[in-house]
Write a protein that binds this ligand. Structure first.
Ligand SMILES: [Zn+2]
Length: 282
C-alpha cells in the first residue's frame, strides 16, 4: 500500500536555521505556497489520486482559502503544528498550545475534526516521547511523525518498524504510519519524500516502490518549485539537500503517482485489520 501525504508549508519553513526560524522572519518573505499548491492539485487531478494534507496552522491562519480549497476538493486535512518548531526544542506546554491552536484553526475553517498529525522535521525522538500523549489528549488518532532512521532533525531509529503499527506510550495508543525505508546492506535508506525523493533517480524509486509493500510519500509544495529563493546561509550540504532536483520533481512526482496506486490515510486505515497489526511500546 502506497500513501500520499503533503506537508503544506512555504519555501521558508526550513528548520534549524536562524533566518527562517520564527513568524517574525517568515513575514518578511514572499509567499509561494498558492502557486505551488496549484501544481500539486493539477497533478492529483491528472492522476486522479487522493492525498492527506498536513497543514501548518500558520498557513491556515494567514491563508484560510488554501485550507478551504483542499477541503472543497475532497481531500483530508491533518495538523503540522502552527509554528513549525522542532518538537524536541519545545516543552510540553509549548507543544500542547502549538498543536491545539493549529487543530482549532483548521477545524474552524472546515467544520471537520482534525484526527491526523505530522511533526515538523520528524522531530519527535526517543527524548520527547511525551509528545505522543499530548497528541492523544488533543484527539489525534493517526500519527505520521515516526522517521525510523537517524536524521539531522529528529528521527526515531529505535522504533524498529517502517510499517503501519500501533504506537503505545504511557497508557495511550495511536495508529502510526511511519516513513518507509529501503534496507540495503544494513543501511536504512529513505527515498519517498522531500530532498530524498528529489535526489533519488526515478528508476530506483520505481524499482524500490515495486518491491515495497508499504510506501509513505511526503511531499512539500516547495519540492516542486525550481524558482524559489535560495536561503544563502544554509551550509553547502543543506543547500544541496534543499535545492537538488527541483527542476524535475514535478514530472517525477506525476510519473510516480501515475505508475503506482496511491491512497490517503483514511483509505489506508479502512484497508487494515488493526487487530493483526504490530503493537510497539516506545
Ligand atoms: Zn514541515
Amino acid at each position: 500500500m502506497n500513501i500520499l501525504t503533503i506537508d503544506v508549508e512555504d519555501w521558508f519553513h526550513i528548520l534549524d536555521n536562524k533566518s527562517t526560524k520564527t513568524v517574525k522572519e517568515w513575514s518578511k518573505y514572499e509567499p509561494r505556497v498558492h502557486k505551488n499548491m496549484e501544481r500539486i492539485f493539477n497533478i492529483l487531478d491528472k492522476v486522479n489520486t487522493k492525498a492527506t494534507f498536513f497543514v501548518l496552522g500558520w498557513i491556515a491562519e494567514k491563508y484560510p482559502n488554501v485550507v478551504k480549497e483542499i477541503n472543497n476538493r475532497g481531500y483530508e486535512i491533518g495538523s503540522h503544528t502552527t509554528y513549525h518548531q522542532l518538537v524536541y526544542e519545545q516543552n510540553k506546554n509549548e507543544f500542547f498550545n502549538d498543536v491545539n491552536r493549529s487543530i482549532k484553526t483548521i477545524e474552524d475553517i472546515t467544520g471537520e475534526k482534525v484526527k491526523m498529525f505530522r511533526a515538523p522535521g520528524f522531530s519527535i525522538t526517543e527524548k520527547n516521547k511525551w509528545a505522543f500523549k499530548i497528541l492523544y489528549e488533543l484527539g489525534i488518532e493517526f500519527d505520521s511523525s515516526i522517521f525510523p532512521a537517524s536524521r539531522a532533525h529528529g528521527g526515531f531509529p529505535s522504533y524498529g518498524s517502517a510499517k503501519p503499527s500501533i504506537l503505545r506510550y504511557n497508557g495511550v495508543a495511536l495508529k502510526e504510519f511511519p516513513i518507509n525505508t529501503y534496507n540495503i546492506m544494513g543501511q536504512s535508506l529513505i527515498y519517498s519524500g522531500g530532498g530524498y525523493f528529489r535526489l533519488t533517480p526515478y528508476k530506483l524509486i520505481k524499482k524500490w516502490t515495486n518491491n515495497a509493500n508499504y510506501v509513505m510519500a511526503y511531499i512539500h509544495p516547495r519540492d516542486l518549485d525550481p524558482n524559489q529563493p535560495v536561503i544563502k546561509e544554509l551550509s553547502i550540504f543543506r543547500k544541496f539537500k534543499s535545492y537538488v532536483g527541483l527542476q524535475s520533481a514535478e514530472s517525477k512526482l506525476e510519473k510516480w503517482l501515475a505508475d503506482f496506486d496511491f491512497i490517503d490515510v483514511t483509505t489506508a486505515d479502512k484497508k487494515m485489520d488493526w487487530n493483526k497489526i504490530k503493537k510497539i511500546n516506545i
